[in-house]
Design a protein around this ligand. Structure first.
Ligand SMILES: [Zn+2]
Length: 382
C-alpha cells in the first residue's frame, strides 16, 4: 500500500481522543506483522487505548524514532462539507479528520516500511505511535517510561506534526492551572460581613496580568518564538449566584505558555505566594474557613533543540532544508527531549488546517514526506 492508501485506512478509524484507538493500533500491528515486524503495545489502565512501538533494523545499537499521535480532535459542531472519517480527494488535496494532524505522516512512515527493510539499515528505525496527545500529551508518557529503561537511547526523534515539511526545532511549554477561591456568602446589604470570592479572584487575575507584564521584559525575549516571550492568560471564570448575595465561590482557569528555558510553574508559584501573603490573611480575618486553592490541569514541557546539534543536521539532511523554525502549537517533543532523546518536528501538511472542518493534506505534501523518508532510508543504508 502507498501512503495515500494507508492514509485512507487510518482516517477511516474514528480515533477522536475520547474514543478507543485500538482498531487503528491493531491495523498497524497486523500491517507490520505482514512484513515480519513485531511490535509492542503499551496499554492504558482500562486497556481501551494503546501506544505502539516497533523496531526495524538492528536493535542492538541506538537509532532514530519516527513518532506520531494516533488520536484526533473532535468534529462535533464543525461544518464539514465532506465525511470526516472517510478520505476524499479534491483538487490535489486529501480531506478527512487527521489528514494533517497527523495521520498523513503516520501513513508515509508505514508506506516506507518495505523500503526501510530492504535498505538494509545500519541503525534501527523505531515507529512510535501514541494516544491522547490532543488532551495533554498523556499517552506517550508510559511509552517514554518504557524507553527510558532500555540500554540504548535513540539518537533522534522525528515527530511528524504538520510543519509543511520544514524543520522545526522548538515550541513553548504549557501549564494549565485552576484556581478555586472560597469566600463566605451573606446578604449583599451587609457585604463587609462576607468574603467576596469574585472580588478576590479579580485580585488574583490582576496579579497574573502583572506577572505577565514582567515576563515581557526585553531581556527575557527569545526571538525564535512568536510572541518572543512567555505569556499568561485567564480563559475561563465562573462564580456567584445572584447580585444580592455576596458570592462564596469563584473558579478560574489560566494558562502559561512558557519559553523552553523558563519554568511555567514559577508563575503558578508567584501567584500562590501573592495569594498566601496578600489575600488569605484578609479573607480569614472575616471568615476563618475561607481560602484559595490551586490545582494543575495539564502541562507539557517546551522544546528547544540546538541548531548546531547532530539532530538538527540530520533533519536538515532528510528534509532538505536548514531553515530551522519554531511552531506555536505544542507537541510531545518536550517529553521526548526530557528523557534525553534529541527531538525535531517535521511533517506533511499545515496546522492551518489542523483541528478545523475540511482538514486536508495535499498530495504534494504527502509525496514530499515519502521523499524525506526515502532520503532517511538512503542515509541509514549499510
Ligand atoms: Zn498533532
Amino acid at each position: 500500500m502507498n501512503s495515500r492508501e494507508l492514509l485512507a485506512k487510518l482516517v477511516g478509524f474514528d480515533t477522536t481522543s475520547r474514543e478507543s484507538n485500538l482498531h487503528l493500533i491493531e491495523f498497524v500491528r497486523d500491517y507490520l506483522a505482514g512484513f515480519g515486524v513485531p511490535c509492542e503495545l503499551i496499554f492504558n489502565e482500562p486497556r481501551s487505548k494503546a501506544n505502539l512501538f516497533a523496531t526495524l533494523g538492528p536493535p542492538q545499537v541506538p537509532g532514530i524514532v519516527l513518532s506520531g499521535h494516533t488520536d484526533v480532535v473532535p468534529v462535533d459542531g464543525q461544518a464539514w462539507s465532506v465525511a470526516p472519517f472517510e478520505l476524499s480527494e479534491h483538487d490535489g488535496k486529501l480531506y478527512g479528520r487527521g489528514t494533517a494532524d497527523m495521520k498523513g505522516y503516520i501513513a508515509c512512515v508505514l508506506a516506507a516500511v518495505p523500503r526501510f527493510l530492504a535498505a538494509p539499515l545500519r541503525m534501527p528505525l523505531h515507529i512510535a505511535l501514541s494516544y491522547d496527545e490532543e488532551v495533554g500529551c498523556l499517552g506517550v508518557r508510559s511509552l517514554l517510561a518504557e524507553l527510558e529503561r532500555r540500554p540504548h537511547k535513540p539518537l533522534l526523534c522525528i515527530i511528524g506534526e504538520p510543519t509543511e515539511l520544514k524543520p522545526v526545532l522548538g515550541h513553548k511549554g504549557k501549564l494549565a492551572m485552576r484556581c478555586d477561591v472560597h469566600g463566605a456568602a451573606c446578604h449583599s446589604a451587609y457585604a463587609p460581613q462576607g468574603v467576596n470570592a469574585i472580588e478576590y479572584a479579580a485580585e488574583l487575575i490582576g496579579e497574573l496580568g502583572r506577572i505577565g507584564a514582567r515576563l515581557r521584559r526585553p531581556e527575557l525575549h527569545d526571538p525564535r518564538f512568536d510572541p518572543p516571550y512567555s505569556t499568561v492568560q485567564t480563559g475561563l471564570i465562573s462564580g456567584g449566584k445572584a447580585l444580592n448575595i455576596v458570592p462564596a465561590d469563584c473558579r478560574f482557569d489560566f494558562e502559561v505558555r512558557a519559553l523552553p528555558n523558563q519554568d511555567p510553574r514559577q508563575v503558578a508559584e508567584q501567584l500562590r505566594h501573592f495569594a498566601q501573603q496578600q489575600l488569605v490573611p484578609r479573607m480569614q480575618a472575616v471568615d476563618g474557613a475561607s481560602g484559595i486553592g490551586f490545582s494543575e490541569l495539564s502541562a507539557y514541557p517546551g522544546l528547544a533543540t540546538d541548531a548546531d546539534s547532530q539532530a538538527a543536521r540530520w533533519i536538515a539532511q532528510f528534509c532538505g532544508s536548514s531553515e530551522f523554525g519554531t511552531v506555536a502549537f505544542g507537541t510531545e517533543g518536550g517529553l521526548f527531549d526530557a528523557v534525553g532523546i534529541p527531538t525535531v518536528i517535521c511533517g506533511p501538511g499545515s496546522m492551518d488546517q489542523g483541528h478545523k472542518p475540511d482538514e486536508f493534506v495535499s498530495l504534494a505534501q504527502l509525496a514530499g514526506c515519502d521523499a524525506m523518508l526515502e532520503r532517511l532510508a538512503s542515509a541509514l543504508q549499510r
